[in-house]
Design a protein around this ligand. Sequence first.
Ligand SMILES: Nc1ncnc2c1ncn2[C@@H]1O[C@H](COP(=O)(O)OP(=O)(O)OP(=O)(O)O)[C@@H](O)[C@H]1O
Length: 348
Amino acid sequence: MAFKFGLVAKDLGIDLGTANSLVYVKGRGVVLLEPSVVAIRKETGQVLAVGNEAKQMIGRTPGNIVAIRPMKDGVIADFDITYNMLKHFINKALGDKTYLIKPNVVVCVPSGATAVEERAIRDAALAAGAREAYLIEEPMAAAIGAGLPVEEPTGNLIVDIGGGTTEVAVISFGGIVTSQSLRIAGDEMDEAIINHIKKTYNLMIGERTAEEIKINIGSAYPQDTVTTYEVKGRDLITGLPRTIEVSSEEIYKALKEPVSAIVEAIKATLEKTPPELAADIMDRGIMLAGGGSLLKGLDKLISAETHMPVHVAEEPMYCVAYGTGKALENLNVLRNVLKTPKKSIKEA
Ligand SMILES: Nc1ncnc2c1ncn2[C@@H]1O[C@H](COP(=O)(O)OP(=O)(O)OP(=O)(O)O)[C@@H](O)[C@H]1O
């Protein structure tokens, strides 16, 4: 018989992302990486699937079932669905047991989140079973996860490019000195590809296809060799399925707008950086994290535009989760990098 009860639950670090959620279990590392998607029955609101299973349903569901991404632009767009998703991930990470002592949870929030958005995330974590929910700003978690010495009095520039948000932050001495949170990241790149294909070929493609094109042949810097990719979609005039071939060159051009917005945000942050810290960054370079930093040639472009060395973190999609994990493992040491938990909506 399965052992259904436990005494003390292991503490958790959660990267609740727009595109993906990751859960870090204290002492074990990242145990879960699943898309932040929930499938629900429209009429009743009943949750049918969460994560991988729900992502398979995007664009393929009958009218009465909708696949929702409850985190939009990095913040909670739908509280109840986010709560359900968090609960599912927490239970899955802890092995579906009931615990007498619940886990402490560190959840990341975008640096641009409002107090209301922060409370919503904290409340969702508490409602989903956390004993205490600590918040950590996403760029701080990404910097810790990428191995930057955030506690030292030296300038570090981290750029975390996720699905919904790009976070650019200068960190020194355990605090964020200046930062910018841009609601342009991987999703906007996918959208730019959808629009390009619609305009050029009168062909409608879905989000998943656009993401596949981006990952396979997308780039932020002109590539030496041109590659092509076969794309299936729906012809907007005949309404029938049609296959076309797109080239890496045209996708590079289609991605220029969102990519430029990210580069401009980095430049604007550098302009606001105090000179001593800017000099440190000049020496150490800019660190890129988040799945969006895997776009081919992005590091090269940022380096060319800022005249600074640029490094991509080792496992960019895991950085925030590793950072929340390290904060958990060293709660006492890293307490000053955590945000003071604000009162929940119910307590306020
Ligand atoms: N090889 C790749 N090339 C380009 N983009 C990629 C690649 N791999 C993943 N991505 C993109 O990275 C994004 C997801 O990154 P990540 O998981 O870090 O985001 P998130 O944490 O869920 O989002 P956010 O930080 O906005 O909440 C998606 O837009 C995905 O398409």
